[in-house]
Write a protein that binds this ligand. Sequence first.
Ligand SMILES: Nc1nc2c(ncn2[C@@H]2O[C@H](COP(=O)(O)OP(=O)(O)OP(=O)(O)O)[C@@H](O)[C@H]2O)c(=O)[nH]1
Ligand SMILES: [Mg+2]
Length: 358
Amino acid sequence: MPSQNIQWFPGHMAKTRRLITESLGLVDIVIELLDARSPRSSKNPEIDRLIGQKPRLTLLTKASLADAAVTARWVAAMPDSLAVDVVTGEGVKAIAPAVRRILAEKLKRYADRGMEGRTVKAMIVGIPNVGKSSLVNKLSGGKKAKVENRPGVTLTKQWVTTQSGIDLLDMPGVLWPKFDDRKIGERLAFTGAIRDAILDTEELGSLLCAELYARHAELFCARYKLDRAALEGFKPFELLEAVAKKRGFRLSGGDFDTARAADMVLDEFREAKIGRITLDDPDEDPILSETSPKKGAKGSQRRPASPSECEKSEEEEAQTAGRCPSDAESVETGPAPAREETGDGPTAPSPREESSDA
Ligand SMILES: Nc1nc2c(ncn2[C@@H]2O[C@H](COP(=O)(O)OP(=O)(O)OP(=O)(O)O)[C@@H](O)[C@H]2O)c(=O)[nH]1
Ligand SMILES: [Mg+2]
């Protein structure tokens, strides 16, 4: 049973919201990246409001890690969307034609005014670690954008040109201050969009085992050589213990090393070693939330998570990958008022944003 609502919203993300709004006038189109393993959980609900009517192409990234059949259903369900993977190259060649198709009317107007072949400008947005900079590098054929397998690598915007006549604006990843459903935070954490340093990995590993057993039992049991029937009724932590036991992970005192098992299950899920697993299904709306109180259910009011923020400057964020001083606040258990944008619009900083940028 999770004891914590997962939230992560450091200062650079508050700043990124403003960066997106401010840069919108510089681009023709927004390319929104969603993680193919979690297209619903990885969709930042603030993006629609931030980008308004700007034309948009949606890319489901890391398609080689997701269940191909489910990805196909997601693509069918979302207008102007493509599945891509920069490692296998899937879908990458289709991006430029899709951008030109979406912008066809605008490009024709330019051509009519003698500006045939005008460079298109595209802003790449998405949650942390979803593959924005990797895509920019793939499309530009270089290594201009910094890529690492952890969230929060890109901290400011960067223009990169490509051979296809599209200039790309790589952006920092951005989450939102309060998730509607506990499952969203969990799935973002499973896929590596939330910094592991702020998470209790044993708890997260237990939750992942529970999710895998509930929905992908065959793959989970096959990977860890577990008897599916014998695990019936197991609590999340007991599932993790079963993995530790099967792998022979023990501490010096003889207890099972569940921390090691949690790290392993998380790593193996993220590398698709357990299988190509998609967590969000397009036919399930909203996210099924076995462990969360139902929205509006009597006597089960969800406690709003606080807009937790690491009160760190961008430079500090860039320098340290470890736990930041306010990380303890970043996983909230108690009620706290959700921070709202002021009536001045998304560019108006809240007091917390100001302090985090200081
Ligand atoms: N398998 C696979 N891995 C990918 C793909 N795209 C990105 N990655 C990996 O995902 C990790 C994060 O990639 P980045 O490009 O740094 O992600 P980002 O969205 O720029 O992250 P931030 O700058 O932190 O917001 C890296 O380890 C990449 O190698 C993909 O299509 N397939
Ligand atoms: Mg990046």
